[in-house]
Design a protein around this ligand. Sequence first.
Ligand SMILES: Cc1cc2nc3c(=O)[nH]c(=O)nc-3n(C[C@H](O)[C@H](O)[C@H](O)COP(=O)(O)OP(=O)(O)OC[C@H]3O[C@@H](n4cnc5c(N)ncnc54)[C@H](O)[C@@H]3O)c2cc1C
Length: 324
Amino acid sequence: MILPPFELHQPTTVDDAIELATQLRKDGVAFDWMAGGTDVLPNYKNRLNARDHVIALGRVDELTSIGKNSIGALARIEDVARNARVQSDWPTIAKAASLISSPPLRNLGTVGGNLLLDTRCYYFNQSEFWRDSKGYCLKADGDVCLVVPQKETCYATYSGDLAPILLVLDVELEFRGPNGARRVPLRSFFEYDGIKRFEKSPDELLVRVFVPSTDDALRTDYLKLRARDTIEYPVMGVAMGLRTKGGKVADLRVAVTGSEAVPLYYGDLGLGGAAVDEATADAVQAALLDKITCYRNVPFPPGYRKAMGGEFGRKLFLDLSGKA
Ligand SMILES: Cc1cc2nc3c(=O)[nH]c(=O)nc-3n(C[C@H](O)[C@H](O)[C@H](O)COP(=O)(O)OP(=O)(O)OC[C@H]3O[C@@H](n4cnc5c(N)ncnc54)[C@H](O)[C@@H]3O)c2cc1C
């Protein structure tokens, strides 16, 4: 499949990128940011909301660094997975990164592109020919959601692997735009709509992810369900952080991806202070089964994905509390 024509802009600094975006917006020209392009370009090939202008960020070197408390938005996924500091300070970020797709895509894809990944759906991620024969959906060229037929909300599924552990770690995102810089907690960034996805103006550029320091007592892990152990997106992913004190749950943090239109942070599931034992692991599982909703729009039946979310929660709790 060939790409549709578009004008490519390749700024080399953040300032130039913002200036360009501001100007395009003033001129009423729609554009997309593109980092590694591993999400943008396949969508363009399928004629999914392609724009006439693309601002490619591959030459903006200043956003690739990984620091003591932050990761640049343009850091490559593979560099994050292999980085010694990430592996020692935030091992679950390294693990989640290493589970993304395949080596070639990890070498192109970036942290920013992963977090801001477009949502996925059986009725959306198809060729134009397929969509024309089936009928267009709300997210591209149509006016009704074909998963949950109505005209208001798109139920396409968020399928990024990094968001759950970044929600657990309570990171903040820094954006730069025409009005300067702003920081927003990831936990309040996403908006439940597979089209809108989050609160961000088109000319804002994600520059950095700030990861607050935590002590070693907060143990974390991430489990991912996918059709095969390479290349595939998560169709259910659960990240957990657990700190225990005196045999009780002192801090429990649970987040899920691959279920709904946004990654969801469920906090402690109402289990703060519970005993660290198998009964609480069962309660984690029951709470997740109660909360998780999946739609029939990505591989595997919704009931199976939901059940696996519960299983993952139980296993993570037992593993992280040393009760496995
Ligand atoms: C076959 C295949 C398998 C995949 N498997 C997985 C998987 O297992 N897990 C997973 O999580 N992902 C997967 N992906 C999706 C994708 O490869 C990764 O999520 C990747 O990290 C996206 O990063 P990117 O830099 O290529 O994003 P891009 O395609 O460049 O951008 C993605 C979105 O983010 C926006 N954007 C990017 N950077 C910025 C920025 N700095 N500021 C503002 N907006 C920005 C773009 O405008 C676009 O909307 C897969 C993709 C393919 C094609």
